[in-house]
Design a protein around this ligand. Structure first.
Ligand code: PLP
Length: 437
């Protein structure tokens, strides 16, 4: 028997509780009963706060709802997204190869010399023996984790791990231990537990951290973590989605920044941020990469990256390596923005990367009012995060500086944020959701 309406759904839960009897429900019931923590606001937010459409060329200024806005929400760190040389490389590759080539998965019929060349160049740039391309960073990370561990192994991970790390671990049949964000003392406690268990089961330990935490901008404590490797005998996987291209003397990532490239066993980067493309890569020792090539389900059972993505990535990587001016410009903007916000008394947390969170305090209503004010009255577009992504009462406005921003953009934004904070302190924002109709 199936039940398919709301009251039946409710009474089914009642029946289940009372009589421990289960009735089959329509699998879609949940879609009308509860759209989830973000979806519950869909009617009020869609098209404005959620799923907004940014139009025009990707740059510091774009169109939103027919008006030009100053954009601080794109991970186009090095400003490569719309660089004429990148656009040219993308267009020429699309003309020569189309979007379909190569057809098939790498292992079956999707291998090309360009894919191999990109892997060699990525490996050499991040100072590893080998690298393997991933079609998407997210699925790639899920699959890297899934293929590395079995039920005897233990995963130890940071509590603020990105969703792709969490999803990778969901496929893991063995134990996993979490340590509070960047808490090295607690990490050691978890490592002790992990070591005991792995010795008992004859398994290994995989520690996973991020290089740059994408919401708060603080860095994974790679130095302290790698210092524990010998004592606890683990392998370390670093998700450096936001650090690749931005961190370190050559832009090779957060492990380069900390001088621990030789101690990070597997380095993960995405093309979706500094490289302004799509796809990603995993780099490490030759034998481990070989193992991943033959075991990573996201790559074995999925079509290879299309040629324009690969040739476009080769062009971006060449610029990232040989044109440090993009990274220098980025950091000039980062320092001006972060110093200026701090000077105005705004709380930007512990960021040490370009990711710039501005922490304000209030509820979801105030958060939407502030975002509306910024967008409509100051023409500033940034991402907003409130409960349940951050603790109740925190409003996190996230600014992503890029190499295509100007110092005038920075000055304007700092002043706008100072005014917004003042209005919030004076309780000028209502606690009702902003009216976007
Ligand atoms: C830390 C982190 N890891 C992985 C990803 C996923 O990368 P991609 O967008 O290439 O799938 C992201 C993207 O937001 C990220 O921030």
């Amino acid at each position: 028997m199936q039940i398919s309406n709301f009251s039946a759904y409710k009474s089914n839960s009642y029946l289940c509780k009372q009589f421990k009897t289960l009735l089959t429900v329509d699998i879609f019931n949940k879609c009308t009963v509860n759209l989830g923590p973000l979806g519950q606001y869909a009617d009020q937010t869609e098209g404005y706060f959620m799923f907004p459409k940014l139009e025009g060329e990707i740059s510091n200024k774009m169109m939103f709802k027919g008006k030009e806005r100053l954009i601080w929400s794109l991970n186009n760190y090095l400003g490569l997204a719309n660089h004429p040389d990148v656009r040219k490389a993308d267009a020429e590759a699309a003309t020569e190869f189309g979007m379909a080539y190569p057809m098939g998965a790498r292992m079956m019929s999707g291998q090309t010399v360009y894919h191999e060349q990109l892997e060699r160049e990525l490996a050499s740039f991040v100072k590893r023996e080998a690298a393997y391309l991933l079609n998407y960073g997210y699925q790639g990370m899920v699959s890297v984790i899934n293929s590395l561990v079995d039920r005897k192994d233990v995963i130890v991970y940071d509590s603020e791990a990105h969703a792709c790390i969490i999803d990778g671990m969901r496929l893991h049949f063995g134990k996993r231990f979490v340590y509070p964000h960047n808490n090295i003392e607690n990490l050691e406690i978890q490592l002790r537990r992990a070591k005991k268990l792995s010795e008992l089961n004859g398994g290994g330990i995989l520690v996973i951290t991020e290089g740059v935490y994408g919401m708060s901008g603080d860095l994974g404590k790679l130095k302290e973590i790698t210092d524990l490797k010998q004592k606890y005998d683990f392998r370390l996987l670093v998700d450096d989605a936001h650090g690749f291209g931005t961190m370190g003397p050559t832009g090779a990532g957060t492990d380069e920044y900390f001088g621990v490239q030789d101690k990070v066993d597997l380095y993960f980067g995405t093309f979706a941020k500094s490289m302004a493309g799509i796809g990603g890569f995993i780099a490490g020792d030759k034998q481990v990469i070989k193992y991943l090539m033959y075991n990573m389900r996201s790559q074995i059972f999925a079509k290879s990256l299309p040629m324009p993505m690969v040739i476009g990535a080769l062009k971006r990587l060449e610029m990232l390596r040989n044109q440090p001016e993009h990274r220098e410009k980025l950091w000039k903007i980062v320092h001006a923005l972060q110093d200026g916000l701090k000077a105005k008394g705004l709380d930007i947390g512990n960021t040490e990367s370009p990711v710039t969170p501005v922490m304000l305090y209030g509820g979801v209503g105030e958060a939407t009012q502030i975002t509306f004010d910024l967008r409509e009255n100051y023409n500033i577009f940034c991402s907003i995060v409130s409960y349940p992504v951050v603790p109740k009462g925190v409003i996190l406005l996230r600014l992503i500086p890029t190499a295509v921003h100007t110092l005038a953009d920075v000055e304007y934004t700092i002043n706008a944020f100072a005014e917004v904070k003042e209005k919030l302190d004076q309780k000028k924002y209502s606690t009702d959701m902003a009216d976007i109709s």
